[in-house]
Write a protein that binds this ligand. Structure first.
Ligand code: GDP
Ligand code: MG
Length: 441
């Protein structure tokens, strides 16, 4: 595949902005890569279409081909789609006893994952966990969970022959309440395929337990089917998250993308083996790299971007030391701040500035403000940016209007620029950013 891509990239070596043709050519290869990773067809198609819009017109980093640039954009977009809100590893289990319902097809790894997760909650969060098997279909299923429970030192609900899943769920709830457990986990029965009996049973169990978390366990090697499974379970039972198992295998794990795209629910954990500690919190970067399978290209583009940024920084330093600091320089600094997570986080990182961090946030010195300032600079002509001292009232009105902002805000920006320019002049070789920040305060 890399060779094939190499061909496309060689043909696309002109620099500048990504043209529609550049993007399309590279995305054809990306689409193949996604399908090879077992991403479902409609999801791959939608994803590629979205990236096509996003990528066209974006700048190409120097020493990188347009095709390589597109791959990097795709990679970042993949991470974006894969990443859910919040921390994937933190489950809602504060009100004891908190029920966790485990659902999925037979053989997906529900029982194994139930035990792995119970162990994790016990070891990492000191939770008292009770596990119950609701699998009345397979004769050995309940014993399987009991044996795992013994192995990891987690209690299981005693087995009572002849009960149905709902009865077991009720008993688990009682035992968890009276036994003082923090969490109880319900390991449901699966089927080889989605069927109505299974869904009815899972729904009935859900209604009894009213779970705080319902985790869908899916074999990470499932390909096209992942979408059906996720849609069915989410529609009929309502899931709060996904666990992908068998990510230790050769598969590229395209199911992850399908699941996220279709359900919008966060992927929480990945199973990486049969052992009880082979469960990790989901990391979108890792899975994105694996699905795309173009890690070397992504690394290459990242390296090129870093080099370019370092050079830009170096050049800026040289200008500053000469006392040169115009609006282009200011804009570079603002872009940098935005990238580093806003002024608040920068101040948080600097010794002695932490206490200003909250004050800055209160004063509205946040990302939004940085963006407004960048917009104001963007609304200036080239000449104005190089010589901000030429800005008189009428120019100011035009610039502010162009950015959709008030002249007062532009005046603030100009004042900040003057302070920073003064600070730049005074500062020595070290502590540039720190001085600059002080100049702005
Ligand atoms: P269930 O039918 O959904 O309860 O599935 P099980 O938990 O019984 O798992 C079926 C098989 O898959 C067992 O042999 C497990 O050891 C294995 N398994 C589960 N999770 C993983 C995983 O993350 N990696 C690997 N390699 N095997 C797993
Ligand atoms: Mg099972």
């Amino acid at each position: 595949l890399s060779e094939r891509l190499g061909g496309v990239f060689d043909r696309l070596t002109k620099q500048g902005a990504l043209s529609e043709d550049d993007v399309r050519a590279a995305l054809r290869e990306v689409r193949v890569a996604l399908l090879e990773a077992d991403v479902s067809l409609p999801v791959a198609r939608d994803f590629v279409k979205k990236v096509e819009k996003q990528a066209t017109g974006q700048a190409v980093t120097r020493s990188v081909t347009p095709g390589q640039q597109v791959v990097k954009i795709v990679h970042d977009a993949l991470i974006e789609v894969l990443r859910g809100e919040g921390d994937p590893g933190s489950l809602k289990i504060d009100n004891a006893p908190a029920p966790i319902l485990m659902v999925g097809l037979q053989g997906s790894g529900k029982t194994t994952t139930t035990a792995k997760l119970a162990k994790r909650l016990k070891d990492k969060q000191g939770k008292r966990v009770l596990m119950a098997s609701l699998d009345t279909n397979r004769p050995a299923a309940m014993e399987q969970l009991a044996i795992l429970g013994q192995q990891i030192g987690v209690d299981t609900l005693p087995i009572v022959k002849g009960e149905n899943a709902v009865q077991i769920a009720r008993r688990a709830k009682q035992q968890a309440t009276f036994g003082g457990y923090d969490v109880y986990m319900l390991d449901t029965a699966g089927r080889l395929h989605i069927d109505e009996v299974l869904m009815d049973e899972v729904q009935a169990v859900r209604d009894v337990a009213t779970p705080r978390e319902t985790l869908l366990v899916v074999d990470g090697l499932t390909g096209q089917d992942a979408v059906n499974v996720a849609t069915e379970f989410d529609g009929k039972v309502g899931i709060t998250g996904v666990v992908l198992t068998r990510m230790d295998g050769d598969g590229r794990g395209g199911a992850a993308l399908s699941m996220r795209a279709v359900t919008g629910k966060p992927i929480r954990f990945v199973g990486l083996g049969e052992k009880m500690d082979a469960l990790e919190t989901f990391e979108p970067e890792r899975v994105a790299g694996r699905i795309l399978g173009m890690g070397d290209i992504v690394a290459l583009v990242e390296k090129a971007q870093e080099t370019l940024e370092a050079e830009q920084m170096e050049r800026a330093m040289k200008r500053f030391k000469k006392g040169l600091f115009n609006m282009n320089d200011l804009r570079g600094q603002l872009d940098q701040m935005l990238k580093m997570g806003g002024m608040q986080s920068i101040m948080g990182m600097m010794p002695g500035m932490g206490k200003y961090s909250k004050a800055a946030a209160d004063a509205g010195l946040d990302d939004k403000m940085l963006r407004r300032q960048i917009a104001l600079i963007g609304s200036m002509t080239k000449q104005e940016r190089a010589h901000p001292e030429m800005l008189q009232a009428s120019r100011k009105r035009r610039i502010a209007a162009g950015a959709g902002l008030e002249v007062a805000e532009l005046n603030q920006l100009l004042k900040m620029h003057r302070k920073m320019a003064d600070a730049m002049k005074m500062m020595g070789k070290k502590g540039m950013l720190k001085q600059a920040m002080k100049g702005m305060m």
